[in-house]
Design a protein around this ligand. Structure first.
Ligand SMILES: Cc1cc2nc3c(=O)[nH]c(=O)nc-3n(C[C@H](O)[C@H](O)[C@H](O)COP(=O)(O)OP(=O)(O)OC[C@H]3O[C@@H](n4cnc5c(N)ncnc54)[C@H](O)[C@@H]3O)c2cc1C
Length: 344
């Protein structure tokens, strides 16, 4: 390994090496530490933190994701920023990797069904006796034979910890999408690694919650809501679920049922409804803006298409008073292909 710069983590009194061109996130993780991160593409801002000494190339993505005030105070996205000198960082959270907590296991395919023409539900069962601890909202990685992986959020709540339910948007030409529809069958073993991610409900707060999902972004929201219902959580929650047409709201009756529980409200929103739709229309994050003059006292949990997550973050923070640290998200970016044709 060719160390070019050192990264000092003040809160731990530790220093880790960084090689030429490596991001801060990759260097810190390679050295055996965990910090929050999710999309690894500069969209979700889970990895936001501060550089308090030294110089970095922050990458362009932060310009859209961080506020001018945050940037002025040294905020960067650790998944994008690369050191130009030795630096000192202040992550929002960091700890030594707990290698016992995250596991790779061979899960058995129990069921594959189709919730919409382009959404499959994959139910996996872990080997007998294996229970995996995860938080509602986190995701797993399906490991592919060539060493790549694909990320999918658990739709089941954490107390159902002997398996996983995944809601998978089927992408034309997608490697795992094709395998799921053409090869995978009940009884097959699928290697998965879990848990991953920083998208989970901050239970220490009592702020009212706005959840918004587009498409299969509904999966982690389902896990969070079912977990909250089981725990009898007391906070007010409004759930917005956006899609193009009614059939794309693939578990609409289930979500409507939540809306009948006290403290929970459910708002479906269609961008391309047909004439029979009597509900809300337009973009899902616009529905949130229409319903709330201010989001200053809320926590927002947003999940799904990167374009929705980015627009929601920007509009909620810039125009509706949401504090930047009250926006939590997972952006469903597609995996970075290995093919040189798509590498950028
Ligand atoms: C934290 C996280 C959680 C997620 N959770 C979910 C979830 O719960 N449900 C869900 O549906 N999605 C989720 N996603 C998104 C999902 O991981 C991606 O969409 C994933 O890439 C799909 O895998 P795939 O193998 O089917 O498609 P991929 O093989 O990754 O292909 C994606 C797209 O790129 C195109 N493509 C691939 N390779 C090439 C190439 N060489 N040249 C040209 N085009 C190419 C494909 O045609 C396809 O349209 C999540 C993503 C993240 C980051």
């Amino acid at each position: 390994m060719n160390t070019t710069h050192l990264i000092r983590i003040a809160s731990l009194g530790a220093t880790v090496p960084c090689t030429e061109g490596q991001t801060i996130l990759d260097a810190v993780r390679e050295a055996g530490y965990e910090m929050p991160f999710s999309c690894n593409s500069g969209v979700c801002a889970s990895c936001k933190g501060r550089v308090v000494a030294g110089r970095v190339n922050p990458g362009a993505a932060g310009d859209h994701t961080l506020t001018a005030e945050e940037i002025a105070h040294g905020a960067v996205l650790f998944c994008q920023a690369r050191p130009l000198t030795d630096i000192e960082i202040e992550p929002r959270q960091i700890e030594k990797t707990d290698t016992d907590a995250r596991r790779q296991i061979d899960a058995k395919v129990m069921r594959i069904d189709f919730l919409a023409p382009d959404v499959a539900r994959l139910k996996l069962r872990f080997p007998a006796g294996e229970k995996v601890k995860f938080r509602a909202g986190q995701y797993l990685k399906v490991m592919l034979p060539d060493g790549q992986s694909r990320s999918f959020s658990m739709a089941n709540p954490p107390h159902q910890n002997d398996g996983a339910e995944l809601h998978i948007r089927l992408l034309d030409g997608g490697v795992f999408s094709q395998r799921l529809t053409q090869e995978l069958k009940v009884g097959d073993l699928l290697p998965v690694e879990l848990p991953h991610g920083d998208f989970y409900v901050r239970e220490e707060s009592d702020a009212p919650i706005v959840m918004l999902a587009s498409g299969t972004g509904f999966a982690p929201i389902k896990s969070m809501v079912e977990d909250g219902l089981r725990k009898g959580q007391p906070r007010e929650i409004i759930i917005y679920w956006g899609a193009r047409t009614e059939k794309d709201l693939y578990l609409l009756d289930l979500a409507r049922g939540w809306g009948e529980q006290s403290g929970l409200h459910f708002v479906p929103v269609l961008s391309e409804p047909d004439a029979s739709w009597a509900g809300r229309t337009g973009l899902v994050h616009h529905a949130v803006l229409q319903d709330h003059d201010s989001l200053a006292d809320k926590h927002v949990y947003a999940c799904g298409a990167p374009v929705m997550v980015s627009a929601a973050r920007s509009d909620f923070i810039s125009n509706h008073g949401l504090p930047p640290d009250a926006f939590f998200c997972d952006a469903f970016v597609v995996a970075k292909p290995r093919s040189p044709a798509l590498a950028c």
